[in-house]
Design a protein around this ligand. Structure first.
Ligand SMILES: [Zn+2]
Length: 218
């Protein structure tokens, strides 16, 4: 099962949720490392369910399967991205692979400075994908806090997490096998007599021993 991953390689959140234009929503703005239009990577393998060009080139990406959320939830996830200046090549029904750079920061839709507006919703895309919240802002359906949804991949640099406690994706570290083997072999040498010679028939044998070698007779 895929883990939902934070969609930027650099985290520099410039606006948090439930403030300013994000009142009554769990939207965040990701501005990344500099003022350029940084790429935005698909948090999971998904399908584009809606594109809204009249405003900020909003794109809704719905996971093709259930994904693991950072808070342990297992469910479908739908994420809304906004402000890319160009959405050339994107269309409803297009499948996007996890970690694919498919979207980018921008200023489309009255944005100040290049950034990407990101909103997570639990479950599949529903109805229109968003609703007008009580502060008058359009918000994704079933909105959920981003730090409860996204893991930070090991390749993500954090400049500003806005005080949100994002969890790192845990990478399984395997114990190096060779170290274990060495220990085992040493132990064997200490305790088990080494068989040096097996006589093929009844006879007299001369055996050459190396320095320190001991001969055991069986
Ligand atoms: Zn925003």
């Amino acid at each position: 099962m895929e883990k939902a991953l934070y969609p930027s390689k650099v985290m520099r959140i410039s606006q948090g949720y439930n403030e300013g234009s994000h009142l009554d929503s769990f939207a965040i703005d990701e501005a990344s490392s500099d003022t350029s239009k940084s790429p935005i990577y698909a948090p999971f393998t998904g399908v584009i369910k809606k594109i809204y060009v009249e405003d900020a080139n909003e794109v809704w990406l719905e996971s093709v399967d259930k994904v693991l959320y950072a808070d342990g939830t297992i469910d479908y996830m739908t994420v809304l991205f906004a402000h890319a200046d160009s959405i050339d090549g994107l269309f409803v029904g297009k499948k996007i692979m996890q970690k694919e750079a498919f979207y980018s920061e921008g200023v489309k839709g009255e944005a100040t400075g290049n950034h990407c507006h990101i909103e997570c919703g639990r479950g599949k895309f529903t109805e229109n994908g968003w609703y007008k919240n009580k502060s008058g802002y359009w918000s994704i359906n079933n909105g959920k806090k981003p730090e409860e949804c996204f893991f930070l991949g090991s390749d993500v640099t954090v400049i500003d997490n806005y005080g949100y406690n994002f969890k790192r994706e845990e990478i399984e570290v395997l114990e190096p096998e060779d170290t274990k083997e060495e220990v085992k072999e040493e132990a064997k040498e200490d305790k088990t007599p080494k068989l040096i010679f097996t006589s093929l028939k009844t006879d007299l044998y001369g055996i050459y021993l190396k320095e320190g070698e001991e001969l055991y007779l069986k």
